[in-house]
Design a protein. Structure first.
Length: 341
């Protein structure tokens, strides 16, 4: 009888304990620059929230605030993370250009694989080798995938030569893509993602460089007409956690996070991103958009024209005491390994 009473008491304690955990979970705030309909929300964050809640038996909860719902500008996200205002952010390197200048090597035009599933492991390997001890100090990478191919979308005319691009105001996601647009004859403009539609609609932009998969969630096919299929670059989209927030977790909850992240997880998300390219192109065509490609000769001219931007990035790395040329060469080797032509 005493043994039975002990087991009953133990079971009761376990139930009460689990109930207490369920009632008072550890909450991590996630702040994102993009909408709840964006691919990084639909295919990554929303399923991850459910998985972590399930794996932790309700003890760990991610509260998701898309579209900058907690306030501030997109450029503030990393500062909010480092100040402890939030625990996790979803952002891109170019949103805080002075914070991730080295990571922006992965934005450099024509250095990319062309698919998210190819570019994502290449970038993660490169980041793990070169940047964890500097740009990612104090930050845990929860997830990183690249977009599918980013291309040029314009409102009034197709851009088939560099001369066509001359003087056009083109939205870019960061510094080095902007430098490339300048070398090609355009005028780069920094505009936050939620503001692009209105700027295009009002004629304040003549076009933008952005990936296929993001077109339909933001309805950009409504305000653009011509879409260059020749791939230019791919952006990393990062889910970053404050290391201090991670370190405060009990070991079993740290394991829940660690079991749900990594290169294999990120590459799996990347495959889902690639699946969005074809339907995005169809939606663009259905909206009356015209898809076209640069001629091989013109594409080669563009590749040659942006070469000074590579030197600019290498010089920036050298200034920071890093082996710029070696890092750049390593990036090219890794992207070639995963399919860059």
């Amino acid at each position: 009888m005493k043994a039975n009473k002990f087991l009953i008491a133990l079971a009761t304690t376990f139930v009460v304990s689990c109930g207490a955990h369920a009632q008072n979970p550890i909450i991590l705030k996630v702040h994102s620059f993009s909408s709840p309909q964006a691919p990084e929300a639909v295919h990554h964050m929303l399923p991850l929230i459910e998985k972590i809640a399930k794996d932790s038996n309700g003890r760990l909860k991610l509260e998701f605030y898309p579209s900058m719902q907690l306030g501030g500008k997109v450029t503030d996200l990393i500062q909010q993370l480092e100040d402890g205002v939030v625990d996790i952010v979803i952002t891109i390197p170019g949103a805080t250009p002075n914070r991730f200048p080295m990571l922006q090597a992965t934005d450099l035009p024509f250095t990319n694989v062309g698919t998210s599933a190819g570019q994502t492991p290449a970038v993660l390997e490169w980041v793990q080798k070169w940047l964890l001890g500097n740009e990612f100090k104090g930050i845990k990478i929860v997830h990183l995938h690249t977009t599918d191919a980013a291309v040029l979308h314009t409102t009034k005319k197709p851009v088939k030569t560099m001369a066509d691009l001359s003087g056009m105001k083109i939205r870019v996601p960061g510094r080095f893509v902007g430098e490339a647009v300048k070398t090609l004859g355009g005028t780069p403009v920094g505009v936050a993602l939620p503001e692009i539609y209105e700027n295009l609609q009002r004629g304040q932009l003549d076009g933008m460089t952005i990936n296929w998969a993001i077109m339909t969630p933001y309805k950009f096919q409504e305000v653009t007409k011509f879409h260059m299929e020749s791939p230019l670059y791919q952006n990393p989209i990062m889910t970053l956690m404050r290391q201090a927030s991670y370190d405060k977790l009990p070991n079993d909850l740290k394991k829940v996070i660690d079991d749900n992240i990594g290169v294999a997880y990120s590459t799996g998300i990347a495959r889902k991103i690639d699946e969005l390219t074809v339907p995005a192109k169809k939606a663009i065509r259905d909206a009356g958009g015209t898809l076209y490609s640069l001629s091989p000769e013109e594409f080669a001219k563009w590749r040659t024209a942006v070469a000074p931007v590579y030197k600019l990035w290498i010089a920036e790395a050298d200034k920071r005491g890093l082996p710029g040329q070696q890092m750049f060469d390593d990036l090219l080797e890794r992207t070639a390994k995963y399919g860059r032509k």
